[in-house]
Design a protein around this ligand. Structure first.
Ligand code: GLA
Length: 730
């Protein structure tokens, strides 16, 4: 039994393979957070010390207990306005204008059989998945908070979410509803977050937490954003890739989000994560509920690589659709950097033919095939093939591509509308705009009000018609701007604070309908590259285009940052032409190949323009990828270069630890330089592994402790790849 409840002590212990998550309702019904860490087999509330810190008041019923304060106790889901001055998990306005919420324990329910949170993506689980629901009530307003916990034992993951229910007689405005709140009363902590910008997403940065201060990682762009991923890691200062305690907080949401990390007067650290409260307000009528997104939590005492592997496993096994989990994905060629908007059917067929000769398996027709679109100024929303441009119908083009032996994929950007489009001329009120204000324009496009059902229906109708007409195996679902002027014609004045979340719910609903109606079509997520790379989108899209930056050297940093939370099988990665279109840099084709192989391998170039020697290299690359595909997509991934600046190294180890693939790219070649030494991870210390390139035989222990050294490398960004095979046990 992984959920243990001590009724008398009102102690709740949730156990995964290695971890214990624990909370306890005290004598006042305050739900205290007592532990999240390795299993201890103990009621961890013994660690809670109370002290009168001064200016930290006491609940009314604790008149003389000056040491008992909501401001100093570790809270499971913090209150607001009643004496906890740290960041609150919830903020409300009652009908009379008062703004407090005072949570007290009101019972629990054991759950079995995972359900998706209403209207939102969620971890899949199955009929056996166990969960716990704890009811907290605010006795004055009748607002209840149902805290839900689902256990994913094998992956050491706990999934939390909250449902707020109005059991009173008057409407309550929800101004903030976090998915998770967690207090860490002891020890200095650091936070790792993933910041960025367009074409440089998810750069990992580690920061201290200022005493008495608060760090905020956030997006108010309507999308989870290039700028701040909804995933943070809290860790001890001495935690490294290989050792130490770390806690992951990943929000399964693709819209506005806020992760707050604060340290209070006594150094106690609080983490809060959820929908961004700024601009958000939800009118909760009597009898109604509001559901927060799920937060995926994990703990490891064995360093950051181990924490990442928990996330990789849970995303592969419980987020991605089972249909695509183990499916081999075709090596694709995408038309974007090959042709941009300049193509017709004949040109695409030449591309397809030359791609096929090299071993590529699918042609993805990117932006520009619909409406009157020859640049980015027009036609979003007009999802009808531009036959005049192509010289044939989409159906015919797809048939001809299939006749060349390739699958066919298509780009769409459903949530957007160009002011210069038939759709806008017909429905100008479908775009998110504010009364009497000129809207913010970005990439010359506006955003559809996705919360409205008629708009979802229109898009479902158009996209289904295309998928029924032409044979399309793959959709690239783009989203190329941030939201502004978030005002919906469909909502009354006092509910406009719901528009951004309703946008996300509408997008999820459309994705849900399309994936149900066309389960055989794989959707790749995209938002100007990786502007919406999150677990919410991964529920519908098993892979996401990682970045519009295809420069292999820049990709090392982007893919490395992404790997802290997301498995390589979700990271869209392509070999592109040199000089690179974003940086102008030249990187050897071999290095570009190795980098793209640490993702969903494909190409983003015109194969006809390659030299004969390059074509041979590409053929070999595709063969190598297929040889190692199972190891790469299904193996354990390790980052290896934590203290180095001159190279980046990573490796894959098969689940049985009988084979491994090590890749290394030198990012800075130095004259008379050092020999790179890479200490491997994840091998069986007692087995002997043979290096395929040199024939050397070494124990796993030697490879992990002593490592592999490489000769000094010269030239531009040289790379190495070493395959290791475990020898049969005698
Ligand atoms: C975005 C995508 C690119 C490409 C263009 C097309 O920027 O990330 O890969 O599809 O849109 O307009």
């Amino acid at each position: 039994m992984s959920i243990r409840i001590d009724e008398k002590e009102r102690l709740f212990s949730l156990e995964t393979v290695h971890t214990l998550y624990q909370m306890k309702a005290d004598e006042n019904g305050v739900l205290l957070h007592t532990w999240y860490g390795l299993k201890t087999g103990t009621d961890m509330s013994y660690r809670i010390r109370t002290v009168n810190r001064g200016f930290s008041g006491n609940p009314y019923e604790m008149q003389t207990r000056f040491d008992y304060s909501l401001d100093t106790l570790p809270q499971e889901y913090s209150t607001d306005g009643v004496g906890d001055y740290r960041p609150s998990a919830v903020q409300v306005t009652l009908a009379n204008g008062s703004r407090s919420a005072d949570w007290r324990y009101a019972g629990y329910r054991l759950l079995k059989g995972k359900e998706k949170p209403q209207g939102l993506p969620g971890l899949r689980g199955n009929a056996e998945t166990e969960g716990l629901e704890i009811k907290l009530e605010d006795r004055v307003s009748g607002l209840n908070a149902f805290l839900t916990y689902w256990l994913f034992e094998a992956q050491d993951v706990i999934v939390r979410s909250v449902r707020l229910e109005n059991s009173g007689d008057e409407a309550i405005r929800i101004r903030k509803a976090a998915s998770v709140c967690m207090d860490f009363p002891y020890g200095t902590k650091e936070v790792i977050h993933f910041h960025g910008r367009h074409a440089m997403e998810r750069v990992a940065e580690r920061a201290g937490i200022p005493q008495g201060g608060r760090l905020a990682f956030e997006s108010r762009r309507g999308m989870s954003s290039h700028q701040s991923n909804p995933y943070i890691i809290l860790c001890d200062p001495d935690t490294t890739e290989r050792q130490g305690q770390c806690w992951g907080f990943m929000l399964m949401y693709s819209g506005n989000h806020l992760e707050e990390v604060s340290a209070d007067q006594a150094g106690s650290v609080r983490v809060i994560s959820g929908i961004h409260p700024e601009g958000f307000e939800w009118m909760l009528e009597p009898g109604k509920s509001f559901q927060t997104p799920e937060a995926i939590l994990s703990f490891s005492a064995e360093g950051l690589n181990a924490l990442s592997r928990n996330y990789h496993r849970v995303i592969r096994e419980e987020v991605i659709s089972p249909r695509w989990r183990d499916a081999k994905k075709p090596v694709l060629v995408n038309s974007w950097e090959a042709t941009y908007f300049d193509f017709n059917a004949e040109k695409l067929l030449c591309l397809a033919r030359s791609a096929k000769e090299l071993g590529m398996e699918m042609l993805v027709l990117d932006d520009g095939w619909f409406g009157k679109r020859d640049d980015d100024s027009t036609s979003l929303g007009d999802w009808v093939c531009n036959e005049a441009k192509l010289g044939c119908s989409l159906k015919e083009l797809s048939e001809r591509i299939h006749a060349e032996g390739l699958k066919f994929g298509l780009w769409v950007e459903p949530e957007m509308i160009s002011p210069d489009s038939d759709l806008y001329r017909e429905h100008p009120d479908w775009a998110l705009t504010e009364p009497e204000r000129l809207p913010m324009i970005s990439r010359r496009q506006l955003v559809l009000d996705m919360g409205r059902e008629e708009i979802q229906d229109y898009l479902f109708g158009r996209i289904s018609a295309i998928l029924r007409d032409a044979r399309v195996e793959y959709i690239k679902w783009d989203c190329n701007r941030s939201i502004a002027n978030c005002w919906s014609l469909a909502l009354p004045e006092d509910r406009q604070g719901e528009a951004a979340h309703r946008f996300m719910l509408g997008t999820y609903r459309l994705l849900e309908r399309l994936t149900e109606a066309f389960p055989e079509v794989m959707i790749e997520g995209c938002s100007g590259g990786g502007g919406r790379f999150d677990a919410g989108m991964l529920y519908y899209c098993p892979q996401i285009w990682c970045s519009d930056n295809t420069d292999a050297i820049e990709r090392l940093e982007i893919q490395r940052g992404t790997s802290y939370g997301y498995p390589v099988c979700t990271m869209g990665a392509h070999v592109s032409a040199c000089p690179n279109h974003q940086t102008g840099r030249n990187v050897p084709l071999e290095t570009r190949g190795i980098v793209a192989q640490a993702g969903t391998f494909g190409y983003e170039l015109n194969p006809e323009k390659l030299t004969e020697a390059e074509k041979e290299t590409v053929k070999k690359q595709i063969e190598t990828f297929h040889r190692f595909e199972t190891l790469i997509e299904g193996g354990d991934y390790y980052r290896l270069d934590e203290s180095e600046t001159d190279y980046t190294a990573w490796m894959f180890v098969s689940p049985k630890k009988d084979e491994a693939l090590l890749s290394l790219v030198t990012t800075h070649v130095r004259a008379n330089g050092m020999f790179p030494l890479v200490r491997l991870q994840g091998l069986d210390p007692d087995r002997i592994y043979r290096r395929e390139d040199t024939g050397e035989e070494l124990t796993g222990a030697a490879l992990m402790q002593g490592g592999i050294s490489f000769p000094q490398m010269t030239g531009d960004y040289p790379c190495e790849q070493v395959y290791l095979l475990a020898m049969k046990n005698e």
